[in-house]
Design a protein around this ligand. Structure first.
Ligand SMILES: Cc1cc2nc3c(=O)[nH]c(=O)nc-3n(C[C@H](O)[C@H](O)[C@H](O)COP(=O)(O)OP(=O)(O)OC[C@H]3O[C@@H](n4cnc5c(N)ncnc54)[C@H](O)[C@@H]3O)c2cc1C
Length: 481
């Protein structure tokens, strides 16, 4: 290990002579930069934001609230000693309980891991770790990745907004690249589109701009420090820690209100607390006053009006030359209820870097296409569970059973998800997947439910089945195991 005074960085693989330009310094882009660096690829990373959005470990600009990071990703931090250490410091392990919209508690609090599908899964230990889930403040997690990047000597280049991707032409020896709003052009051997849900890269991968579209669902999002509510004793009591010292995530569910606005998933579209109360909570029967007080204590600049938008699974993540590849939300959209937006972006980063390492300088295009083949079906299965989870939780209102956990939440804890090691999987399956792409040799992914055979599906298919039958049948082919 190479070490410096404060932190260590892993031993870097020998350089393979490939340059990569990553567009977007979100979670996926930052981890891709780290993993590509580790695998011996030369990396540049550009970001449209004018500057880092957080400073120190007290984020000054709270863009984003929280997300769950799963075991298969945390396991990969064994390669990054600083991440492994820092993750322990900043992750938290709240318990969860379901409530109705009157604030009545429907289920007993349980740890997130205890919501696993079965006792056998809970007992299924892997060395010293089972399928742990880690809640994170997104700004802190993001900053942790960026700090680790700086340890490697890499820096995000801020203030660079990409307006267009152009593909390479292997025959003409022309490299792929991007054009910025300043008119500047940057090229590299490989361009990685990690620029999120509004990525312009679909023009290069699909030949047209595939914009995400409205789902009719929206959420208000905010994070506020506990200090803001300390003077209100009722709020302190209602949102107190559990006797065991864990925080409690209160999931309040009721009937949905279907809304239609223009499609705009944005972390900067603010709304005032009064507007939330006037437009929404005042119309909910039995909605408690104390929650309106909590909403009122949220500063205007911390309350985000966030519409959920969606793109159906898109099997092609690469440009025709294979020299532009999408990762994270640029490749696949997830709902918050899926708990996988960040996880799948992070898995992409690990898988892509390993495929590039295996392929070497001469076969970059092959590496991106193999990576795409290894990842698409898995991601698509997780997207499907996420939609089911979103759609089914509204039915919790009448559920008074203390032991019941929504079934798709359990599906999200299945061992085919958390046992996956994306780096080992790429190493094991690379050549098989390549033969399938090159010669049409039959190939079966094993990072999906055990005996499941992927069939194309759409968002509407699932919602229509929910509307018709009140449920969606995932099937018995290993989804729950
Ligand atoms: C500010 C912010 C806050 C978020 N907060 C949460 C949260 O609290 N909870 C949650 O579950 N998810 C949150 N998300 C989404 C979540 O981080 C992603 O769904 C997931 O982590 C996948 O990450 P990603 O890197 O693929 O995409 P993103 O996290 O969306 O990152 C994409 C990055 O690309 C940059 N970018 C976009 N367009 C361009 C361009 N044209 N040129 C250059 N750069 C560009 C963006 O500024 C952004 O930094 C947030 C995303 C953002 C951008």
């Amino acid at each position: 290990m190479v070490s410096n005074k404060i932190y260590t960085v892993p031993q870097r693989g020998s350089p393979i002579g490939v340059s990569a330009l990553i567009v977007g310094a979100g979670i996926a882009g930052l981890y891709a930069a780290l993993e590509l660096w580790r695998q011996g690829i030369d990396v540049q990373i550009i970001e449209r934001a004018p500057a880092r959005l957080t400073t120190g470990f007290e984020p000054t600009l709270w863009l984003g609230d929280g997300f769950t990071i799963a075991h298969q990703v945390i396991r990969s931090f064994r390669n990054w000693p600083y991440l492994a250490e820092k993750n322990k410091e900043i992750a938290f392990h709240p318990w969860v309980a379901w409530f109705n919209l009157k604030g009545e508690q429907l289920t007993e609090p349980r740890s997130i891991e205890d919501n696993a599908a079965s006792q056998s899964q809970r007992d299924d230990k892997e060395g010293d770790s089972s399928q742990g889930l880690y809640r994170h403040s997104r700004p802190k997690f993001h900053l942790m990745l960026e700090k680790q990047l700086e340890e490697t000597g890499l820096k995000v280049q801020y203030g660079k907004r990409v307006t267009r991707y152009f593909d390479g032409e292997p025959e003409g020896n022309k490299r792929p690249g991007v054009e910025l709003d300043s008119g500047e052009v940057s090229e590299a051997d490989l361009v990685i589109a990690a620029d999120g849900i509004g990525s312009h890269s679909t023009k290069a991968t699909l030949g047209y701009e595939a914009r995400a579209r409205s789902t009719g669902f929206a959420i208000y999002r905010a994070t506020i420090p506990v200090e803001f509510v300390r003077s209100d004793s009722e709020l302190m009591e209602k949102f107190d820690l559990l006797p065991n010292g864990h925080g409690l995530v209160q999931l309040w569910f009721g009937k949905t209100t279907q809304a239609t606005w223009e499609a705009n998933e944005s972390w900067t579209k603010h709304v005032s607390p009064q507007q939330v109360i006037d437009d929404t909570t005042s119309k909910i029967e039995g909605w408690p006053d104390y929650v309106n007080r909590l909403i009122s204590l949220t500063p205007d600049d911390r309350l985000i009006d966030f519409e959920l938008v969606w793109r159906d699974p898109q099997p092609v993540w690469t440009s025709p030359s294979g020299r532009i590849v999408q990762i994270g939300d640029a490749a696949h959209t997830f709902f918050p209820a899926s708990g996988n937006g960040a996880n799948q972006g992070l898995e992409d980063a690990i898988s892509l870097a390993k495929c590039l390492r295996i392929a070497g300088k001469e076969h970059v295009a092959e590496a991106t296409k193999v990576h795409n083949k290894l990842r698409f079906e898995r991601v698509s299965c997780l997207q499907k569970i996420g939609i089911c989870s979103q759609a089914s939780q509204y039915g919790q209102e009448g559920n008074k059973s203390a032991s019941s956990v929504p079934k798709y939440v359990r599906a999200l804890m299945a061992s085919w998800i958390w046992k996956q090691d994306p780096e080992a999987y790429a190493a094991e399956k690379y050549h098989e997947a390549l033969s399938a792409l090159r010669d049409g040799v039959p190939f079966r992914n094993t990072n999906i439910p055990e005996s499941h055979t992927y069939q194309p599906w759409t968002f509407e298919d699932i919602l229509n089945e929910f509307k018709a039958k009140g449920d969606y049948e995932l099937g018995d082919d290993g989804w729950w195991n």
